[in-house]
Design a protein around this ligand. Sequence first.
Ligand code: CUA
Length: 149
Amino acid sequence: MDKHEVRTLFYTGLVLVTFLTALLFSLRVKNIDLPDCVPYSEIYTQPKVVQLDDSTYQVFAIAQMWNFEPSEIFIPVGAEVDFYLTTKDVVHGFHISEKNVNMMAVYGGINKKTVKFDRPGIYPIICHEYCGSGHQHMRAEVIVNYPTN
Ligand code: CUA
């Protein structure tokens, strides 16, 4: 085998091991979890916020050119929120600032991520997948503003 081939194989293997180590580090040490995929049969067509109890909420979010619905989500401090996400048209992104949420909205599919909001504040949601001429206008907010009992 040529020495350049050996060198190429070595560096390819090194990159592969580095990526796998970073992935395992994220999952095990940083406790980063991946979004869930919900079956197609549970598709919804209306955006809504559902309160299950004092500190548990479900948000059924819909992305479309070029906004998110609901655009304002009011929840109390300490709330745990299941975000469900789908789109009416093209692929959109769904990033919640400070919360390490990074989902894609895919037509015909639903992604789900659970997030806990321990501190009051306004958490912007932005679209971080280029989706057309109005992409930069796609924003929403999670407003965490009052304590639970
Ligand atoms: Cu939606 Cu970019």
